[in-house]
Write a new protein. Structure first.
Length: 165
């Protein structure tokens, strides 16, 4: 798969996976769906859902996760909040351009470009927060979010990226 194809898929995911509204109850349901899928597959991940004002409306940490996972989620959240795109799409864009975080005036200690951060985009409102996963290979972190959000939103035809890159 070419980098252009990857970018196209990532953009399409963000376009298709928009919420009509997003409440704390939605955060609870989405977060629990991700946790249930992770448990079903015996994946040891940390999950967080944070609003743009910094308020954490859902958080879970499986046995085997630690403070490093929390730090990764914070850096992914910062990237989603500033760029209003998935942290995996930010990674892919930088890779395509041959740039790094510093080229975007972003400190690598505060931001992460890797999979596992996905924007909560409300139709006709915009990005209001981020769904975050840490603990797997970065493309798998991203795909876990995509699988669960698409199921929650009842969207069957969401292109997914398989494998690592």
């Amino acid at each position: 798969m070419t980098i252009e194809e990857l970018l196209s898929i990532l953009e399409m995911q963000e376009e298709v996976l928009q919420f009509s509204h997003f409440t704390n109850e939605d955060a609870w349901e989405v977060g629990n769906a991700i946790v249930a899928e992770a448990r079903r597959r015996n994946l040891h991940v940390a999950v967080s859902i944070r609003l743009n004002n910094g308020y954490t409306v859902f958080q879970y940490a499986a046995d085997g996760t630690n403070l490093d996972n929390e730090r990764w989620m914070t850096r992914k959240y910062n990237t989603v909040k500033v760029k209003e795109m998935s942290s995996l799409r930010a990674y892919t864009l930088l890779k395509a351009e041959g740039h790094n975080l510093e080229d975007w005036f972003m400190d690598p200690k505060e931001f992460a470009v890797c999979g596992g951060g996905f924007p909560i985009r409300v139709e006709e409102v915009g990005v209001i927060g981020a769904i975050l996963v840490s603990g797997l290979e970065h493309a798998a972190d991203h795909d876990l979010i995509i699988k669960c959000v698409s199921k929650y939103l009842h969207v069957d035809e969401v292109p997914r990226i398989k494998g690592s890159f």
